[in-house]
Design a protein around this ligand. Structure first.
Ligand SMILES: Nc1ncnc2c1ncn2[C@@H]1O[C@H](COP(=O)(O)OP(=O)(O)OP(=O)(O)O)[C@@H](O)[C@H]1O
Length: 240
């Protein structure tokens, strides 16, 4: 099996505190992988190290065959990362935000125009191009952040709690978009506290206090914990 992301013996300490404690897992190319766990379990820290924006204390991370420590720029070019604090410019319009991020990713004027037209259509922003981002709903902002993170055609998408605080309809639409990217061969790593979302993924990983407790397909973890839902597995894993 080919892997998009390999994490081996990853540890991250902040002073004496161990946020990520010797974790290992691999994400097959083209799969949809959910990283689950209570607040503070180390998910965002792990993601930041994979994206090359935070340095590990110990361990090895490989993204599409590149060691993150040695080749951070190649890694960043291949990842679309929507962090919990993805910065959209509230006093710019939807299309100005897309143009801004297109320029940041080094796209030419023509490439930006072509990509912008596609993204506005795909993410349902047609007719709203000139709306100021500050006037958008939370769900629309999340979609725009998603759109901006795909401008450079990354092979990997990393979405950190993309649907937190978003209404059920926008959440459903957001997941339909994730599906489209996933089905086109993009590898997706997502964190979420919504267990129905985890249920849709190819793999689920459970993290607690910096330790990786389980990684498997939803079907296999449900069998292992004699559960009918990932929500039930979650409760069992974290009450052990
Ligand atoms: N820069 C930092 N300095 C010190 N401690 C940190 C730092 N960043 C994260 N931590 C701590 O590391 C732990 C893991 O945090 P992290 O953000 O990775 O958790 P998480 O699983 O993503 O949580 P959430 O679901 O709330 O986003 C937390 O206890 C957090 O306070």
């Amino acid at each position: 099996m080919e892997y998009a992301i390999k994490v081996e013996g990853l540890t991250k300490r902040f002073g004496e505190f161990v946020a990520v404690n010797d974790i290992s897992f691999s994400i097959p190319k083209g799969s949809l992988f959910a990283l689950l766990g209570p607040n503070g379990s180390g998910k965002t820290t792990t993601i930041k190290i994979i994206c090359g924006v935070l340095r590990a204390t110990k361990g090895y991370v490989e993204v599409l065959g590149n060691d993150v420590l040695k080749y951070p720029e190649q890694v960043k070019q291949n990842i679309g990362y929507v962090s919990q604090k993805f910065s959209l410019y509230e006093d710019l319009t939807i299309e100005e935000n897309i143009e801004f991020y297109g320029a940041i990713y080094g796209l030419s004027r023509d490439e930006i125009e072509e990509k912008k037209a596609k993204l506005l259509k795909f993410f349902g922003f047609e007719g709203r191009e000139k709306s100021l981002v500050g006037t958008l709903s939370g769900g629309m902002k999340q979609k725009l952040a998603f759109a901006c993170a795909t401008l450079h055609n990354p092979q990997i998408l990393i979405l950190d709690e993309p649907t937190a605080g978003v209404d059920p309809i926008s959440r459903k639409e957001y997941w339909e978009m994730i599906r489209v990217f996933s089905q086109s061969g993009v590898t997706v790593l997502v964190t979420t506290h919504y267990m129905d979302e985890a249920e849709r993924c190819d793999y689920v990983a459970f993290m607690f206090n910096g330790i990786l407790k389980e990684v498997d397909t939803p079907a296999n973890v449900k069998t292992k914990y004699s559960s009918h839902s990932i929500e039930d597995v979650f409760v069992k894993v974290f009450s052990q």
